[in-house]
Design a protein around this ligand. Structure first.
Ligand code: ADP
Ligand code: MG
Length: 218
């Protein structure tokens, strides 16, 4: 699918695949790219130059699927490297791009291009990552996918960073040596949020009874 054909106007489309590390974002991006290539659409794949974990230029999944990409240092480099004939643009690790990625993606979509983005919606602390909030908001289609919790095997929506005392920066490029997918229960770096809630909502267990329940209890 390349956008929607509205008579003489081809409208672009913005798709986002988000979720924690190991959830299969890159696999899904590669799957969509391969299908577009089967449909003989010209595809260009970009990734931020910062992501050189597996390969300088390829986009590589944790399950070793790979596809050739162009590493770029900034969002605007996507526009300067774009071919006239390109119908589909795929961007992996989109969370590492600067805020200009938003107007760049809008411009691509306005040109009738299908833009497929994959990236982390949250960092290891559970805060939103880079341009993702605005990107999710302006997207036509969002797929939020889950990994498997490394502790209990439940669906995992969080990325857990091991050894946080080593480095507390938001960006610390790493793999399973540094990160794990975790469910909410086993991702326990949210203690600060809980303290805040305890301050503003003084909830003691057993004290907040629904009046209807009290009235009907014997
Ligand atoms: P992402 O781009 O979201 O980090 P990838 O597409 O690179 O994810 O890798 C997904 C693959 O990672 C899975 O198909 C699986 O083979 C592997 N994998 C390793 N650990 C996990 C995990 N905890 N949960 C799910 N998949 C995992
Ligand atoms: Mg990935």
């Amino acid at each position: 699918m390349v956008g929607y054909n509205m008579g003489h106007l081809a409208s672009g489309i913005v798709e986002v695949v988000c979720g924690p590390m190991f959830s299969g974002k890159t696999e899904e991006l590669i799957r969509r790219v391969r299908r577009a290539q089967i449909a003989r659409q010209k595809v260009q794949i970009f990734k931020p130059a910062i992501d050189d974990r597996y390969h300088e230029s390829d986009v590589v999944s944790h399950s070793s699927l790979s596809i050739t990409a162009l590493p770029v240092a900034s969002s605007l480099d996507i526009l300067s490297n774009l071919f006239d004939s390109t119908r589909v643009v795929a961007i992996d690790e989109v969370q590492f791009f600067d805020q200009n990625i938003i107007p760049v993606i809008k411009k691509l979509a306005r040109r009738g291009i299908r833009v497929i983005c994959a990236g982390l919606d949250q960092d290891y602390k559970g805060s939103s990552f880079g341009p993702l909030p605005e990107l999710l908001c302006m997207a036509d289609r969002v797929d939020k996918i889950q990994a498997i919790c490394t502790v209990c095997g439940a669906p995992a929506s969080k990325t857990y960073r091991k050894n946080t005392e080593e480095c507390a920066e938001q960006v610390l490029v790493g793999e399973s040596d540094r990160y794990e997918a975790r469910c909410r229960v086993h991702w326990d770096d949210h203690a600060e949020d809980e303290d805040l809630l305890a301050f503003s909502i003084p909830l003691k267990s057993g004290t907040n009874k629904d009046p209807k329940e009290v009235a009907t209890s014997p």
